[in-house]
Every structure is written in C-alpha cells, then in structure tokens.
Design a protein. Structure first.
Length: 384
C-alpha cells in the first residue's frame, strides 16, 4: 500500500513538473520567446523585435498579413491605415510573390504607387526575404440598390444653391472687383476660360456668395447646364456614404455628370488623405472634359498641398484672385443694402458709425449691425 502511494505521489510530481514546463513555454510564446512553431514553420525573434520566418509561409497568408499590419499600423496615421490597409485581403504567398486582393482599380493604383515599399519593408522584417507584390482586384461588390436612393437624396440636400446669393445682391468694391469680373466673364463666356478658377480670402469675406452667385446665374441663364455647389465637408460625407452603401462608381459618375463644379472651403481637405485622392481624380477628369471648376479657399494655392504635392503643380490654374477686407465705403454700402432689404429706419450716419469699427470680414460687420439694431429697438438710443 505504501509503495502504491509513493508511486502515485511520484507520478503527480512528474505531472506537476510537466505542467510547469508547458506553462513556461506558453509564456515564452506569448512574450515573443526565442523560438516558436507556427503551423509547422520555424520562426525566431529578429533584432528589431519582430518574428522572422525561416521557411516560406505558403499556406499562411492571413497570419503573415496580420503581422505585416502590426508593423505598418505604427507607421501610418489611423485614417490612412483604415483607408488603405484594412481594405487589403491576403490571397496567397509563394516562394517570391505575395498576392493581395483590393476592391478596385483606384485602390490598386494608390497602393502600388504609395504603399508598396512600406509593405515590402514590413514583409522583409518578418520573413527575412524580399518579396514581389502583386495586387489583384478581388471579389464582387455587394449590391445595395435600396440605399442608393438614400445617397442621392442626401447628396442633393447637402449641395443645393442658396437663391439669396446672386450677382445683384453682391456689393462690388476694390476688395473683390477682379474676382467678380473674372467669375462673371467665366459664366457668361465659358469657352474663353480654361483651367481652374481659384478664389481665396479670409473667412466671412464673401467667397461663398460669389461662387454661389455664379451657380445661380448659370442655372437661370443656361437651364440645360448642370451645376453643382459643394463644400469639401459635403464632398467627404457624400464619398463616405457612397462607400458605405457600395455605390462608389455611382458617386464618381454623378460628380462627372456636372458641367460646372463650385467647390467651397478647400482648406478643410488638409489631413484627409482619402478625400484628397478622390478630389484630385475627380477634378482632373472634370477639367480634362473641358468643364468648369471654381474653388474657394481661405489660403492661396501655393500654400495648399494635395497628396503631398503643391496644388499649383497638380492643376492648370486659369485665374487666381484674392478677396480682401472691404474698405469703409464698401462696408457702408453693404449695410445700406441690408437696411433696404429689412426696411430698418437707420440713418447713413448710424450705418457709418457701425462700419467705422474695425472688422476683419463681412460676417463680423453684419453681427455688429444686428447688435446695433437690437439695442436701438430696445432702448430707442443711438450708439456713438
């Protein structure tokens, strides 16, 4: 009996030692130990802290690609990573080539031009070997017909022209005369103007009024022409909706169907790499078809970059004009127009008092006017 108990205790101790050994090995694997066996392939830790495969990973493309993504994620912004890396599907790996699936030709072109080198470097650090990359368009996209109507309806709401913006209601002065004359001539004689018209100036200076006035003029005098006014924010949101509802081609065709594109707030494209790529492709194709494009921005074109390239090197600019701060007489005239529209009983002296204050833009001028009117109506007093 004692011999039997001794044997059982001995066996239990041996089992305990085996469990401890297995546990130690598992901990080493979790912490990136020196050697691990993965699917029959030997891998060891490189000097950079990444596991390096010593034999071809013919049957493990998914595993290898996850390792690649772990490295690339540290090198890209979150937006770039989600936009360009998460769309890639690993297809196969042979002795010298890794084949990756992508949704379409556009994505394929961007990945080949901008990210192939980064992917190869990550592969080399994992497999310790140089691989060729082969991008293939893989899989059919799911059709979501019912949602396409949603995209179109939302797009229309975001991009409608405001009828109150017209050339008749635009106050012309030295600050905007050249921009006004150029845009007016462009919409009246489109065949005489080629390239892209670029209007810039500080916030609230009247850029939106000018380019929407152009759109309203075209819609009134050339009803057969298709005009689109769109801000960069609306462009980005419409593009995201198209991707979400699997209607990217419909978005592209819709953008290219317009005869005139009026694009506002270009400054907000900064840092949006995917939007920049689609914007560049869309505007380039529109210009190649001989159509009109007018852009409004807070900064000059030489200060703007698209896909790490200067704006001026990417597009042919037909005309570049700055809208500046309106002078005193122009500010008074703006207030006179508003007084007439609202039938407010304010004297020219009162309007000049408001206009003489220092304002960087028209928006601040209008806010000051509204505050004055409110105060005068409540107290019956004039502000000196």
């Amino acid at each position: 009996m004692e011999d039997m108990l001794s044997q059982i205790l001995s066996d239990l101790n041996s089992l305990k030692e085996a469990v401890i050994e297995i546990d130690d090995r598992l901990k080493k694997l979790e912490c990136g130990g020196q050697i691990a066996e993965v699917g029959g392939m030997s891998e060891e830790k490189s000097g950079a802290g990444n596991r390096v495969f010593n034999t071809p990973a013919v049957e493990k493309p998914d595993y290898i690609w996850r390792k690649v993504l772990d490295i690339i994620k540290k090198e890209l912004t979150e937006v770039s990573f989600k936009t360009w890396m998460e769309i890639v599907v690993p297809l196969s790996i042979d002795n010298d080539t890794i084949r990756l699936g992508v949704p379409g030709e556009f994505e394929k072109g961007i990945l080949e031009c901008r990210y192939a080198s980064l992917i190869k470097t990550a592969l080399r650090s994992i497999i310790n070997k140089d691989y060729k990359l082969e991008f293939s368009i893989s899989g059919e996209k799911k059709k979501v017909i019912s949602n396409k109507r949603i995209v179109v309806d939302t797009f229309e709401k975001r991009c409608s022209l405001n009828p109150k913006y017209s050339f008749d209601t635009l106050v012309i002065g030295e600050h905007n005369y050249l921009a006004y004359r150029y845009i007016l001539d462009t919409v009246k004689n489109p065949d005489n103007h080629h390239g892209l018209a670029y209007i810039y100036g500080k916030v609230g200076i009247g850029k939106t009024h000018l380019i929407q006035a152009a759109g309203n003029y075209i819609s009134e005098h050339y009803p057969a022409a298709k005009v689109l006014y769109i801000s960069i924010e609306a462009f980005t949101n419409a593009m995201i909706d198209a991707i979400r509802y699997d209607n990217s081609m419909g978005f592209k065709e819709r953008m290219l169907s317009y005869d005139v594109l009026l694009i506002d707030d270009l400054q907000f494209i900064t840092g949006k790499e995917f939007t920049q790529a689609e914007f560049f492709k869309t505007v380039s194709e529109v210009l190649e078809r001989g159509k009109q494009v007018v852009i409004a921005c807070t900064g000059p074109p030489q200060d703007m970059t698209i896909m790490n390239e200067r704006f001026t090197s990417m597009f042919e600019l037909g005309g570049v004009f700055e809208i500046k701060r309106p002078d005193l007489d122009t500010r008074v005239e703006i207030l006179r127009r508003i007084r007439a529209e609202e039938n407010i009983k304010l004297s020219d002296e009162e309007l000049r008092t408001i206009a003489e204050k220092t304002f960087d833009n028209v928006r601040e001028l209008l806010n000051a006017y509204n505050r004055y009117v409110t105060y005068a109506e409540m107290t019956g007093e004039k502000i000196k």
